[in-house]
Design a protein around this ligand. Structure first.
Ligand SMILES: Cc1cc2nc3c(=O)[nH]c(=O)nc-3n(C[C@H](O)[C@H](O)[C@H](O)COP(=O)(O)OP(=O)(O)OC[C@H]3O[C@@H](n4cnc5c(N)ncnc54)[C@H](O)[C@@H]3O)c2cc1C
Length: 416
């Protein structure tokens, strides 16, 4: 036998960690437990449908299961199907790599109005997460609050014409929803000045390729900081892009103060500018893209101890955290790699320090996991999704968990 590690979550941080652990210690038993029947977390359900190049990282993660011996344990929710305590009892080390799936709220009056929608909820619905709520009704005039990459992703998708989505993996339902949205105007509003906006310049440059929109940038300001000046320059280059009737306006330095409704639905978003003046933007949908927080089954706040422990990813003896779950909702997919490599070194050192202490059983402690989705089960789902795609799509995601499980567990075979 060898030492066993359970990683909770098979998103980028879990996969990078498993890679680093198995590269240094190929005999380790590494299981990636995920509440979904499919691996890769936000690479599948967060990265924009029209950014297939970014999703190419999956090919790298596949090697983990196909060559390095990691085991995928899908459709097992920690905190519901198995407790964290039971995992800690069964494994020599347990790592929380569960990401952050809850949307942060703005904390202003009117957030409960119909038409107010949060980025995580919207992207899960757009990308057909099995637990997603239905796609919301938007209307013709939209305000997006936030100026990070997620806000820009949402802007781009809402602004694209059906033809511009060719080659994506956007499903038929979301594609029809976008095509029939009737959106005429989108304001994208940042709380900070343009120089401090969180988006990457490359995301803004990409908007210059949009075919059906006219783009204006209001009050981009100036900056002495080279990075800030670069952001302003890309915005200024975009200002005046006039390729079609759908209007997009970038606004900065506006603090949201209130959402005003009529008949229960949002009709106006009110902001305060740097001079204390009120700016009102009419809208029938208000989308917040202002970051994520923990949701659901794993009590992040209660687990994490001192700041030094948190920095090292160590929560308690044999219990660790990595990725967005540890750092908060900051950083791109590759950023999770450095984090994972550091933590892998720490976990391996701790396992080494256990010396000849009895090895724990690992997944052998959970015979019920015989009904979990293994990597081969996921590959059956993957094959079904890519088998007969329409000409303009690279994949048609299976939406229902039930259908995924039928394919993965080949229940239909057993029933014959
Ligand atoms: C909308 C959006 C778009 C993005 N686009 C890009 C992009 O284009 N390029 C880029 O580089 N970065 C992008 N990012 C950032 C990138 O997705 C993150 O850096 C990365 O996914 C974080 O990895 P993670 O493994 O920590 O979390 P996640 O990717 O969230 O993975 C967490 C995994 O844990 C599982 N899990 C959660 N709770 C449990 C539980 N209780 N039991 C078992 N499993 C559980 C989840 O199902 C999930 O599979 C985007 C983020 C968002 C939100």
């Amino acid at each position: 036998m060898s030492r066993s590690v359970a990683i909770i979550g098979s998103g980028p941080s879990g996969c990078y960690l498993a890679q680093a652990l198995l590269k240094a210690a190929p005999d380790l038993r590494v299981d990636l437990v995920d509440r979904l029947p499919v691996p890769y977390g936000l690479v599948r359900y967060g990265v924009a449908a029209d950014h297939q190049g970014t999703k190419g990282v999956i090919r790298q993660f596949e090697r983990l299961f196909e060559r390095q011996g990691a085991c995928f344990v899908g459709n097992v929710a920690v905190g519901k199907d198995v407790s964290l305590d039971d995992l800690r009892e069964a494994y020599d080390a347990v790592v929380l790599a569960a990401g952050l799936s809850g949307d942060r709220s703005l904390g202003i009056p009117g957030e409960e109005l119909q038409g107010v929608c949060r980025a995580g909820r919207l992207t899960r619905a757009l990308y057909e997460h099995p637990d997603a709520e239905p796609l919301p009704t938007l209307g013709d005039r939209i305000v997006i609050m936030g100026n990070g990459n997620v806000a820009v992703d949402i802007l781009r998708l809402l602004a694209k014409s059906p033809d511009e989505l060719a080659g994506s993996d956007l499903g038929p339902g979301p594609s029809a929803w976008l095509a029939g949205s009737g959106i005429e105007e989108i304001d994208i509003v940042g709380r900070s000045p343009a120089a401090e906006a969180k988006f990457d310049a490359v995301m803004i440059k990409e908007l210059a390729k949009l075919e059906g929109v006219t783009i204006n940038v209001v009050d981009a300001g100036t900056s002495d900081d080279p990075e800030g000046a670069r952001k302003i320059a890309v915005l200024e280059a975009l200002h005046g892009h006039a390729a079609g009737p759908r209007r997009i306006t970038f606004r900065f330095g506006l603090t949201p103060v209130e959402l005003v409704g009529e008949g229960g639905r949002v009709r106006e978003a009110r902001f305060r500018d740097a001079g204390g003046r009120t700016i009102a933007l009419p809208c029938n949908a208000f989308i917040t893209a202002i970051g994520f927080e923990t949701e659901g089954l794993l009590p992040r706040g209660e687990l994490i101890g001192s700041a030094a422990d948190r920095e090292a990813g160590v929560l308690a003896p044999g219990l660790y955290a990595t990725g967005w779950f540890r750092r908060g909702p900051r950083g791109t997919i590759p950023d999770n790699r450095a984090d994972a490599q550091l933590l892998a070194a720490r976990v391996l050192a701790d396992l080494e320090a256990m010396g000849t202490a009895l090895e724990r059983p690992g997944r052998a402690a959970f015979p019920q996991w015989a009904a979990a989705v293994c990597y081969d089960g996921w590959k059956r789902i993957d094959a079904a999704e890519t088998a007969s795609t329409p000409e303009d799509r690279c994949r048609v995601k299976i939406v229902s968990r039930e259908t995924m499980l039928e394919l993965a567990l080949q229940r239909e075979e057993a029933n014959r």
